[in-house]
Every structure is written in C-alpha cells, then in structure tokens.
Design a protein around this ligand. Structure first.
Ligand SMILES: [Zn+2]
Length: 242
C-alpha cells in the first residue's frame, strides 16, 4: 500500500516536470517561429506593427502632423516568404549580370537581409516617408532624406523627436559602422525589438537560415559567413538599439 502511494507521488512529480519541459520547449519553438517571420500575424498587426508599437506610432504620427510632417509607413511587417522572394529575385538578377557565388551574396546584403534575419519580420520596424511628397520610382533613397531632399523635414523631425516614442534609426550613418548601408528611412520600436534581438542571438537562430533548400545561393553561405553576417549586419547597428 505504502509503496503504491510512493509510486503514485513519483509519477505525479514526473508528470509535472515532463509537462513543464514540454510546455517550455513548445514555447521556445513558437517564439523562434515568430522571430524568423514564419508566424502568421495578420490578425494581430495594425499597419504592419504589433499593437504596442502601433499605439506609439500613432501618437508620433499625430504629433508630427501638428508640425506639418505627415509620416507614412511604406513598409512594416514582412513575412519570411516575402523576404525569400526578394532575396531569390535579387540573386537571379545579379547572376544574369555576371555576379557569381559569394560576390552575388555580398551584393544582395548591401541592402537586403537573408530571409529569417529581417527586422521587418518582428512587427517592430518600419520604413517611412512624408506623405506630402510622393513621386514615381523608388522613394527610399538616401538623397531624398538629405538636406534639400523631399524628406529632409521628416528626417530632422524624427531625429529630434522619435526617441520619445521609442523609435530609433537602425542603420545610422556612424562612419565606423559595418553591415547594411545607411538607411535614413528605417526605424525600430526599441522596447520590443531590443528583446527580440536578444532572443534571436540567445537561440542561435542565425544557423537555421541555410536549412531552407529553396534559398538561392545557400551553398555559398557557410558558418563563418553567418558568424560574420551576425556580427556586422545584425549587430553593428545604432548603438542605442543594442
Ligand atoms: Zn526597412
């Protein structure tokens, strides 16, 4: 009788721990799935942002408007699949132009991320313009945001005010920075993205990236490339975001 009770208690304790372990493992997987842009966020997002980031964005947008600047998001959340399409299209284009192997990859990563590593996967990052000035063609070019450019007022307003709402420029113009080039249009909602970046590193997600067999050029991307990409492209960003 006593042995049965002990047996029962041992089973109960075991069951508790197994449930705990299974639950926390599932949780990690879900979170990682999200960080890689593979979770469907359609129901949650507003203008491509997570609710908390959206709320702060709206406040920022309203306050900017009072001073004549009309902030508009041209790109918010982007899924893994969409980023992979961008990557594969660029790879094919470069290939046709004669950029082979690692030269092709290095050309893509001047401005575009490896799918799974885009901050746009997180619902915290946005590319913005000033709605007062739209024109045909690519708006996200550096000279538009420079002095005398159509978005120079937007750029100065953001420089002065965006931090108050939690938004920071990611790829700033610090001369020592490596990785992605200066992107005066790309901002990140720090209170959330700061945590997501930490998690991305902690879970070593960078080494997951080349498992996708439909990713073009994956045969040229080895672990030392990925380590360097992590260091320069994902971590060499505005120092306020790390
Ligand atoms: Zn961007």
């Amino acid at each position: 009788m006593q042995i049965n009770i002990i047996h029962y208690i041992i089973n109960l304790v075991l069951f508790f721990f197994i449930t705990l372990i299974t639950y926390s493992q599932n949780d990690v997987t879900k979170e990682d799935f999200f960080l890689l842009g593979k979770k469907d966020l359609k129901e949650i997002l507003k203008s491509g942002l997570l609710p908390e980031a959206y709320l702060k964005f709206k406040q920022m947008q309203n306050d900017a408007k009072k001073e004549g600047v009309e902030i508009e998001i041209v790109s918010g959340y982007r899924s893994y699949q969409k980023q992979k399409n961008i990557w594969n299209n660029k790879y094919n284009k470069n290939f046709k132009e004669g950029f082979l192997g690692i030269k092709n990859i290095n050309r893509i990563i001047q401005y575009s991320t490896l799918p799974g590593t885009s901050r746009h996967h997180w619902g915290t990052d946005i590319d913005i313009i000033d709605k007062r000035f739209t024109q045909k063609g690519d708006l996200l070019i550096e000279k538009n945001y420079a002095e005398n450019g159509i978005y120079s007022e937007l750029f100065s307003w953001m420089k002065k005010n965006s931090k108050k709402y939690g938004f920071y420029l990611v790829y700033d113009d610090s001369p020592k920075r490596k990785g992605f080039r200066f992107e005066p249009w790309h901002y990140s909602y720090k209170p959330l993205s700061f945590l997501f970046l930490k998690r991305f590193i902690k879970d070593n997600l960078i080494f997951n990236i080349t498992r996708d067999t439909s990713l073009l050029g994956r045969e040229f991307i080895d672990n030392s490339f990925l380590e360097n990409y992590l260091k320069e492209n994902l971590l060499d960003i505005n120092k306020n975001l790390k």
